[in-house]
Design a protein around this ligand. Sequence first.
Ligand SMILES: *[C@@H]1O[C@H](CO)[C@@H](O)[C@H](O)[C@H]1NC(C)=O
Length: 406
Amino acid sequence: MVAVKPLILALAAGHLAHAQLNTAAKAAGLLYFGTAVDNGDLSDSQYLPNLETDDFGQITPANSMKWQPTEPSQGSYTFSQGDQIASLAKTNNDYLRCHNLVWYNQLPSYITSGSWTNETLIAALKEHINGVVTHWKGQCYAWDVVNEALNEDGTYRQNVFYQHIGEAYIPIAFAAAAAADPNAKLYYNDYNIEYPGAKATGAQNIVKSIQAAGARIDGVGLQAHFIVGQTPSLASQKANMAAFTALGVDVAITELDIRMTLPDTSALQTQQSTDYQTTTTACVQTKGCVGITLWDFTDKHSWVPGTFSGQGDACPWDSNYKKKPAYYGILAGLQSGAGGSTTLTTTTTSTPTTTSSPATTTTTGAGSGTGAAHWGQCGGNGWTGPTTCVSPYTCQVVNPYYSQCL
Ligand SMILES: *[C@@H]1O[C@H](CO)[C@@H](O)[C@H](O)[C@H]1NC(C)=O
């Protein structure tokens, strides 16, 4: 029984002292840590008290700025649902990522079933972009201008825009968005482009084609809808991000969730924590990765169970708003050192960090000789990094998955 007392003290201390996600993200050099918010979430009385904390400094409307809800009949706009999310961002002083302008899905039938020519569809596309971007001008940190334009093999997805306009619809959309809000960062956003491969190469070709057309693109959104135990390695994610930033654009993790086949187990939760930590670390250690957005933060409002039969529990908070191991994995990732620099130590246990081999960097948080830094991870289930702390900090158990130097 005697051993229990220090553990309880450590739990209390850790709970009070640990940094929250957005605070830790900013300390790591990111602009924000954020989450998608759907309008329906706001009628859950537990939702806002958990959103309006230092865990979040950015929100994305999950649905209400898409084409169908904003321009349900041609030339007639409805902005009230999007306004609700935009004003929430304003109230909380959060970055707003606006989402999205051009996508093959959630389109009104006048677009999908209209009889268009190249010219008339370009006119409708420009009119929609101008109408929506102008309405929220000055409020959007970023716009996802074009969403999911690629097939898995990196070729252009067949959709109404591609069919009538051809690949020119993409630079045309970016130019229209740039004209309507010169200060919003303009993004291409897609999934399965979080690791090198044909689709990521296709996305890089989109960046180049926009630039070649003389239009502006500022960033690429890596959605990161992942599966527990199947996420790309840290080296793969970092190399992939670097291939985008080498083109002169930012990257952001825009829709992060990591689902599992139910039933949930503690082993799956441990792996999920590791997987969240890996993606977070990749962003923190990549110069030009500006922030991370969850595709909702609580399992209670996740899109996963409704979309992927038999799967779920993809978020860092459970359905009762209790933080899961994944939360502490994210926190550890945020504390893993910024920009590949050595100012925060990010060494492997056996090899000193060198600037020539960033791909070998792991997430252990601190050199083994000196112990982990203040706030760094120093233990937990599956943890293989340092278990001591630099003076004067001591390693304290926060929960079974996460001990921290406090
Ligand atoms: C449609 O018009 C645009 C702008 O003139 C042009 O760039 C594009 O190639 C045209 N697409 C087709 C399929 O003709």
